[in-house]
Design a protein around this ligand. Structure first.
Ligand SMILES: Cc1cc2nc3c(=O)[nH]c(=O)nc-3n(C[C@H](O)[C@H](O)[C@H](O)COP(=O)(O)OP(=O)(O)OC[C@H]3O[C@@H](n4cnc5c(N)ncnc54)[C@H](O)[C@@H]3O)c2cc1C
Length: 85
């Protein structure tokens, strides 16, 4: 009420909130291995046929731009692997 005032009662239809820090296997929001560390660099490498991507694996955590950059990186690596035969 302090933020939205009377509009909260008259205009809000529904709302939802979620405690990510209490969600199993997530347990936090916008967390990431620290950019440039050995652990981070390891995750940039595929584990066999598995490639990792996501905003968390970029220098722009919590932004779609980071997700696009990571996705493009993974797809490019896959493409190079396939083309190399
Ligand atoms: C409230 C909120 C507001 C935001 N606002 C903005 C904004 O204004 N601008 C902006 O640029 N970014 C914003 N973001 C961030 C943006 O949404 C994320 O950076 C982006 O969606 C990350 O994309 P992603 O592909 O890395 O991950 P996600 O979009 O999280 O995709 C991961 C997918 O993997 C699926 N998945 C997980 N585990 C498994 C499994 N074991 N098997 C199969 N599938 C699995 C998930 O269900 C999900 O669909 C916002 C995020 C939130 C939460």
């Amino acid at each position: 009420m302090k933020i939205h005032g009377d509009k909260y009662r008259s205009e809000l239809v529904t709302s939802y909130s979620h405690a990510w820090d209490r969600t199993r296997c997530i347990e936090g929001a916008w967390t990431s291995p620290r950019y440039g560390t050995p652990g981070y660099n390891l995750l940039l490498q595929p584990a066999g046929r598995v490639y990792f991507a996501g905003d968390w694996l970029s220098h722009e955590v919590a932004w779609q731009h980071g997700a696009f950059v990571a996705a493009r990186s993974a797809v490019s690596a896959l493409h190079q692997r396939v083309m190399a035969g």
